[in-house]
Design a protein around this ligand. Structure first.
Ligand SMILES: [Ca+2]
Ligand SMILES: [Ca+2]
Length: 313
């Protein structure tokens, strides 16, 4: 069928409009969704990989074995050619059932804003089991870096002499503090549903001796206190927010915090108050339950929780 100039022009315009529409679709995902960085379809360059290595590079004895049979080769890739490495490409050669190795990669924040890791993507074959350092919620401060470790294991059911290849990508978004005010206003910004928050509250109730509300109304009682209340009530509010921030992946248990300025006498008895993981801090706070803290001590715990929630430390 031959199309007239008019028809071709019409189809051309139609195609143009479709592409324009698709383009706006992609743009709107970027604007209104999470602002992923270093993820497919975005050109944000704040966080990127700076190095990677494997513990079974070519020529090495296989980890945990006495021979060199398989190998794990990893390299950084700049998939969108913008000058920044956004992908770790892992190639695993000549494997056998139960072959295992480990890949580490350093992620750097080269920008000037705090960036929170929102997702680590791995597209590995079903015959590979893998686990990766759970960095979701981890905040990389400007000019700082974090190392992620990927452990891979070839399933027992896999074939001999196989080769696999997969990619690791990292997604991040600009991080803002989510303190008492943010959670008090959950109904306004509707970031999470009532059901989701109540599910987290139930988990927190089971995991914490200090905390107990299991409904959003109960949560409101913890968060809405008048300015003059005692330090214990304030502590409970800020501590509940801290635990909610972990559930919401706004904070990572692996992140270290310098609490030394807030706890000069090391009341929390942390092994290193200048670099305590959030997991250690939460455990230390739980260990204070039933010890009858003084109001000053409640004040220390409250200030630490508040500073972490607001991304001050
Ligand atoms: Ca090897
Ligand atoms: Ca890139």
């Amino acid at each position: 069928m031959r199309l007239s100039f008019r028809q071709r022009a019409f189809f051309g315009m139609f195609l143009f409009l479709i592409l324009l529409f698709l383009g706006f679709g992609a743009l709107s995902t970027f604007t209104y969704g999470k602002s992923f960085r270093n993820c497919p379809g975005t050109n944000c360059r704040d966080i990127y990989f700076t190095s990677t290595n494997s513990n079974d590079s070519p020529g090495s004895i296989d980890p945990g074995k006495d021979k060199d049979v398989g190998q794990t080769f990893c390299e950084l890739v700049d998939s969108d050619v913008d000058g920044f490495y956004d992908t770790v490409l892992v190639s695993v050669y000549n494997t056998y059932p139960c072959y295992s190795s480990q890949v580490e990669a350093v992620i750097f924040n080269g920008g000037s804003k705090n960036v929170r890791i929102s997702e680590v993507q791995v597209d590995a074959d079903d015959e590979l089991d893998f686990s990766i350092t759970q960095l979701t919620g981890y905040i990389i401060h400007p000019q700082e870096s974090v190392t992620t470790n990927l452990f891979l294991h070839v399933k027992e059911s896999a074939l001999e002499s196989e080769n696999y290849r997969f990619e690791v990508k990292i997604c991040g978004e600009e991080a803002f503090g989510t303190g008492l005010g943010w959670w008090k206003n959950w109904k306004k910004h509707k970031t999470f549903s009532k059901e989701r928050i109540e599910n987290w509250l139930t988990q927190i109730d089971n995991e914490s001796s200090w905390l107990g509300p299991t409904t959003v109304d109960g949560m409101a009682d913890y968060l809405n206190f008048p300015p003059g209340v005692n330090a214990e009530r304030k502590f409970l509010g800020h501590y509940l927010v801290l635990r909610l921030n972990v559930k919401a992946s706004f904070l990572s248990l692996l992140q270290t915090h310098d609490v030394s300025a807030y706890d000069t006498g090391n009341y929390l008895m942390l092994s290193d108050p200048s670099a305590a993981t959030l997991e250690e801090i939460i455990l230390a706070i739980e260990n204070k339950y039933n010890t009858r803290p003084t109001m000053t001590q409640f004040g220390i715990m409250k200030n630490i929780c508040e500073a972490i929630n607001e991304l001050i430390i």
